[in-house]
Design a protein around this ligand. Structure first.
Ligand code: UT7
Length: 342
């Protein structure tokens, strides 16, 4: 059977309208713009409204990706959503998206891997494309996380924002797509980032908040990002020189700086937009990809390295060429050198 590849034919995002700046937070909590900027690199983030649960954010990002691709929802074969803090234990966000966008009765499911959810979902999608099982897959990273913030815990409450991002991967015979990836987990560190369950939807009692040990996450993340990239590159048989952009999970700009130092490369090779959106968990990578593509920094045929870490603990990296390069222009026939006649 001919080898199959996957190209990204559409990408889209949805970010809620309400912008919350550090100065807004200063008025509510014992914090300051200076502290937040220096310790995290965040200037502002978006808060979803009460009528924007996770599946609404996800469906809006999906619609934006479909429009950008010039496709209908009925063109899709599979929906995978990376998300971890949803309104319902069941049904999945993906099933709600299937109904909201009017897709056919195609398979739809969520992957819960903390902030690594998008990379877990994307890597899974490419397996289905490469085996020929599905031709067009919608992959979403969506999180409405700010409902779960303990407003009394200033070190967690300032970090997060809500958003969703989506890509559509389509099968092609032209070489491109996922060159290599790695996924990891270590459940023995389950308490480092955690949210306990609540039996009453929407009514979060004390303790039903996202809790984490900031310093431990920071150290783990700084250590794991470079390692994950190297393992994905090794799997791909590539080096960092083959990568145009690194798109890291946007958790803290100091974690990204530390990863850049660790990998011995310039911070300028990383797509960073944490200043505008904060940590949007599974949505942060598709959101940064979208911004990179829209601004023209990332070219549609670039090779990018996506890398993330999150609750579980989980981590993962994927190196992929977004789309095939256009065929080389046919070589001009060599001009004959006229030999002067004697
Ligand atoms: O996506 C995965 C989810 N988790 C993460 O991304 C978290 C990763 N960790 C981090 O980003 C950082 O650890 C934080 C930004 C959460 C905290 O930064 P830090 O440099 O590790 O600060 P710290 O927790 O060591 O706190 C330093 C000081 C403390 O005061 P004292 O004890 O030195 O007097 C804190 O009480 O800063 C204080 N502090 C604050 N001050 C003003 C903590 N939060 C705040 C705040 N505003 N919001």
């Amino acid at each position: 059977m001919q080898k199959r590849y996957g190209k990204i034919v559409g990408y889209g995002v949805f970010t809620p309208e309400q912008v919350v700046t550090n100065f807004d937070l200063e008025k509510q909590w014992d914090t300051s713009n200076d502290w937040i900027v220096q310790r995290s690199g965040i200037h502002e983030r978006r808060f979803a409204s009460a009528d924007e649960p996770t599946h609404v954010l996800a469906a809006k990002a999906a619609e934006s990706a479909l429009e950008q691709a010039g496709l209908e929802a009925t063109d899709l074969d599979l929906i995978i959503v990376g998300t971890c803090l949803t309104e319902y234990f069941t049904p999945s966000v993906a099933c709600l998206v299937q109904a909201a966008i009017g897709a056919n009765h195609i398979p739809a499911y969520d992957i819960s891997a903390g902030c690594t959810g998008f990379i877990y979902s994307l890597s899974t999608a490419y397996q289905f494309i490469e085996t020929g099982a599905f031709k067009r897959i919608l992959v979403i990273g969506a999180e409405n996380i700010t409902r779960f913030l303990d407003k009394g815990d200033r070190s967690t409450a300032i970090l997060f924002g809500d958003a969703a991002g989506a890509v559509i991967i389509e099968a092609t015979d032209e070489p491109c797509g996922l060159h290599g990836f790695m996924l990891g987990s270590d459940g023995s560190d389950q308490d480092v980032i955690r949210m306990n369950t609540s039996s009453d939807r929407g009514n979060f009692d004390e303790g039903h908040y996202i809790l984490f040990q900031g310093q431990r996450v920071f150290k783990f993340a700084s250590r794991v990002l470079g390692k994950a990239c190297n393992q994905a590159l090794e799997h791909a048989g590539l080096t960092l020189d083959d990568v145009d952009w690194i798109i890291p999970h946007q958790a803290n700009v100091r974690i990204i700086q530390s990863a850049a130092r660790d990998m011995g490369i310039s911070i300028d090779r990383f797509m960073i937009n944490i200043d505008k959106y904060g940590n949007t968990s599974s949505a942060s990578i598709p959101l940064a990809l979208y911004e990179g593509l829209e601004s023209g920094k990332i070219k549609p045929t670039d090779t990018v390295m996506m890398v993330a870490f999150g609750a579980g603990l989980t981590w993962g990296a994927a190196v992929l060429q977004l789309a095939p390069k256009p065929a080389e222009a046919a070589l001009e026939p060599k001009t004959e050198i006229a030999v002067p006649a004697d």
